[in-house]
Write a protein that binds this ligand. Sequence first.
Ligand code: 5AD
Ligand code: SF4
Length: 374
Amino acid sequence: MNVRDSEVICGLLQKAGYRISVTDQDADVIIFNTCSVRKHAEDRVWSLMGSYKGSKIIGLVGCMAQNYKEQAFTRDANISFVVGPQDIDKIPKMLGKILETRGQSPNNGDSPRLLERKIWETEGKLRPEEIYHTDFYQDTNHAYVVISEGCSNFCSYCVVPYVRGPLRHRKHQDILIEIREAIARGITKVTLLGQNVNAYQDNQVNFTKLLGQVNALEGIKEFDFFTSHPKDAGVDSFKAIRDLDKLAKRLHLPLQSGADRILKSMNRGYAVKDYLALIDSYRKIVKGGRLTTDIIVGFPTETDQDFKETCALVKKARFNAAYIFKYSSRPGTEAAKMADELKPGDKEKRHKKILDLQRGISKEIRSRQTDAKN
Ligand code: 5AD
Ligand code: SF4
């Protein structure tokens, strides 16, 4: 999602007459498009930002901007503008204002501090449609296409609903226009993006209908989507993966934990048995399809027994790959109020253990596939 947002920002700036520099030394303006999902990501931004002392105009954009708001200016005195993810369309104008006042200022360098962050005032509105139709793609043959913005799931550990606002769906016609424009620029592969793509709904067009429409576009060779949420993913989308010739035979289905008590406390809306039934149905329908997942270790109150249950599920599910994260407390979320967070050392141990377990499984699956091919 952030890669796409960065493209959008670059596209908007290019359209306004700015040039994207090749190196940071060449740049007059440095914009940090940021993630707040884990503290580690934020720490890296603060530290990198600190290495640009005074000479550049610095902008903090994206989820951290929304998270820190005006406090960002105190945290790093070099920041000139702070723009939340809902307001990225305003960046060129804000930058123009800053450059203008900088030029006029007798002590060149005293620019105004500008802030845009009106996420909950969006009233469920989408970002302006024009932002998705600029000319900047990082890749020459692959494009990310946002189908829905925000998230209303409020998993108890997650900052996304607070920083990106409630779930909104783009119009299916607009999505298709954007993909056609990408095709006209030579793009043949597309990834549809949303925090919970299976919940997509635009009037009569639900997620599987949209998949069918994308599949029918001439010029598309392959496409995929993420992320799916186990509470909304189901047989319809698995059948689409099986039947649509251009849709990649893979599914990313975040599990988060293999213990029912923890899943409940995470507010995930499913139990272990539901997850197992879901992947069983996926495997029956999409023969040989890839399956990947996300797992969090060290969620508050996670016991040895809970962790063992997650390991047992990993063994049973045999994911092709799993992204394992150490729980990171995010201020403002429900989980941040919970007691009994694990000690960092214990989180580390669990992280390593499950990583090793999954690495072994991934390797075994790969070697079996190679054997089968030979
Ligand atoms: N701590 C650790 N991992 C998190 N994720 C989301 N929030 C947190 C958090 N507070 C993980 C989830 C999600 C992935 C994108 O990031 O596993 O699926
Ligand atoms: Fe966060 Fe849950 Fe929404 Fe995913 S579904 S973005 S984990 S709140």
